[in-house]
Write a protein that binds this ligand. Structure first.
Ligand code: MG
Length: 174
């Protein structure tokens, strides 16, 4: 069976809406998802870079993120034909380990715990495909990178792109 590695934030966990709404509340701002096309929040408000990152270290930030539409159904289906691994660069936010693990157990309980990979540099991942919203992870990845659309990566043209989980299904099960 071929292996598919799948990122968490902005691929199966809907990270941007929560991050943005906490930021807007805290700093009395009005940034919309539209404003984030082609850039990250920290690039739009560089003077608040540390504060923007600090939101992510608040207890339980990652615990109640919404599941990205259709990801559960499609991953379940893919798991009948491919070996599925969830690969998250959790080392970027070490305080998130437990929350991320609990979130996966709640929403992706059909996957084996041993297929959850909490890592740092994703070039260590040995898989045939990597579905991720951050193109930087594809640079030293040996398999096929598949860019999952997120506002910040709209202008990236170098990689195969999927806009949603229906398109992921089409790509792998056509
Ligand atoms: Mg991500």
């Amino acid at each position: 069976m071929k292996r598919i590695a799948i990122d968490m934030d902005e691929v199966i966990a809907d990270f941007v809406p929560k991050h943005l709404s906490i930021f807007n509340d805290k700093f009395k701002d009005n940034i919309t998802i539209e404003n984030l096309k082609g850039k990250k929040l920290r690039e739009l408000r560089p003077e608040l870079k540390n504060e923007i990152i600090n939101i992510l270290t608040e207890p339980a930030f990652f615990r109640d993120l919404k599941v990205i539409k259709d990801s559960q159904e499609v991953i379940q289906e893919l798991s009948e034909h491919y070996e599925i691994f969830i690969t998250t660069a959790a080392m970027e936010f070490p305080t998130s380990f437990t929350e991320k693990y609990e979130w996966l157990k709640e929403h992706f309980s059909f996957l084996n715990d041993l297929n959850f990979v909490f890592c740092g540099d994703k070039s260590i991942i040995n898989a045939d495909f990597l579905i991720d919203d951050n193109a930087r992870h594809f640079k030293r990845f040996n398999g096929q990178g598949i860019l999952f659309t997120s506002p910040h990566n709209m202008n990236e043209t170098e990689y195969v792109r999927v806009n949603n989980w229906k398109e992921v299904k089409e790509y792998f099960l056509k």
